[in-house]
Design a protein around this ligand. Structure first.
Ligand code: NAD
Length: 328
């Protein structure tokens, strides 16, 4: 548990004074699972996979109720959870605006060439020419996935004067009257000046954006991914940036992020991940270390909703956010 979460934990604890809560700053794995012994439920948050061995140990301790404080469930193998008789909750909607606003900021920072202006500023160069920017107003913004987050992005983009083209395997009924939907991912790729992904990482969608998909995009497209790194074939993205096919990339998630994000290196040169190295030091690439979600509103909701749902399950009540683990 991070320092910034502890205040909200205390707040929740004050309301539920009959519940004993302990926490650890360590991640959940085959060794640290021992810390859960003696408790009734666990609330977890991490990007690393949840191993079958650690889940088996939890079950041995009589714990079968897991609540995760985030949305993403790709760290779980649902078959393991089913086999071992677990119930799972997540927090699917802690603050879609946090990610949607971050997505917008990545677009704006690329369009207004902020990395280049920052470099110029550091060199006491306050001339604006030739670093001319572009506007979201009048652009066509392609959105793949219009659930909680993508739908907020769609509304922000429309409010900023963009034309939105969107594709979703299950169109959002709240957006259907806006006339934004097209019939395929390909149609979005073809039309978008700015493309942003907001789908989960289903197995079938690994590398949804590969060399073939990039070839279908407009020349100079601005590409944003604040969803999941695995949706993108990073080598294909790097090739697209090298060739100029992709005009800029804003990446809050990376395929290899577990090797880099949430770690402190002595210097950027100490990061060995080849994909990360190939992406940084480009004026047209902005990487943020999976921080899109990270606002006070989001963290409050992640703590409150996950703890309340774990308690709901333990008390035999219906949780607010049960996860259907019967479908892989
Ligand atoms: P959501 O479930 O509300 O919406 C996802 C939408 O994608 C759904 O409408 C679904 O029908 C659609 N979809 C699924 N597969 C699709 C496909 N192949 N093509 C088109 N549409 C498809 O999810 P959400 O809360 O909006 O989250 C979206 C993504 O954002 C997830 O990958 C999530 O993990 C990620 N996320 C990132 C951060 C961050 O900090 N960067 C934080 C939260 C969530």
């Amino acid at each position: 548990m991070r320092e910034d979460e502890k205040g909200y934990l205390k707040e929740w604890s004050n309301i539920h004074s009959d519940v004993e809560i302990d926490y650890t700053d360590q991640i959940f794995n085959d060794e640290t699972v021992e810390l859960a012994k003696g408790y009734n439920g666990v609330v977890l948050l991490q990007t690393q996979p949840y191993s079958r061995t650690s889940l088996q140990k939890l079950q041995d301790f009589g714990i079968t109720k897991i609540s995760v404080r985030n949305v993403g469930l790709d760290g779980f193998d649902f078959k393991d959870l089913r086999d071992l008789g677990f119930s799972l909750t997540n927090v699917p909607v802690y603050s879609p605006n946090a990610i949607a606003e971050h997505t917008t900021s990545l677009m704006l920072r690329l369009l207004r060439r902020v990395p280049e202006f920052d470099k110029k500023f550091d060199n006491a160069d306050f001339r604006w020419f030739p670093t001319i920017g572009e506007e979201i107003n009048g652009k066509t913004v392609g959105i793949i996935g219009t659930g909680h987050i993508g739908s907020v992005v769609a509304r922000i983009m429309m409010a900023m004067g963009a034309k939105v083209v969107a594709y979703d395997i299950k169109p959002n009924p709240f957006l259907e009257n806006l006339g934004i939907y097209v019939n395929s991912v390909d149609e979005v790729l073809k039309q978008a000046d700015i493309l942003t992904l907001h789908t989960p990482l289903a197995k079938k969608d690994v590398h949804m954006i590969d060399t073939a998909a990039i070839a279908k995009m407009k020349d100079g497209v601005i590409f944003i991914n604040a969803a999941r790194g695995g949706l993108v074939d990073t080598d294909a993205l790097i090739a697209g940036l090298d060739s100029g096919k992709i005009g800029g990339a804003g990446l809050d998630v990376l395929e290899s992020e577990n090797d880099v994000f949430q770690k402190k290196f002595t210097s950027i040169d100490d990061v060995k991940d080849p994909q990360f190295k190939a992406l940084i030091n480009r004026d047209n690439v902005i990487i943020t270390p999976h921080t899109a979600f990270y606002t006070t509103t989001a963290v409050h909701n992640m703590i409150f909703d996950s703890l309340t749902d774990n308690l709901n399950m333990l008390e035999g009540k219906t949780p607010k956010y049960p996860v259907d683990i019967t479908v892989d």
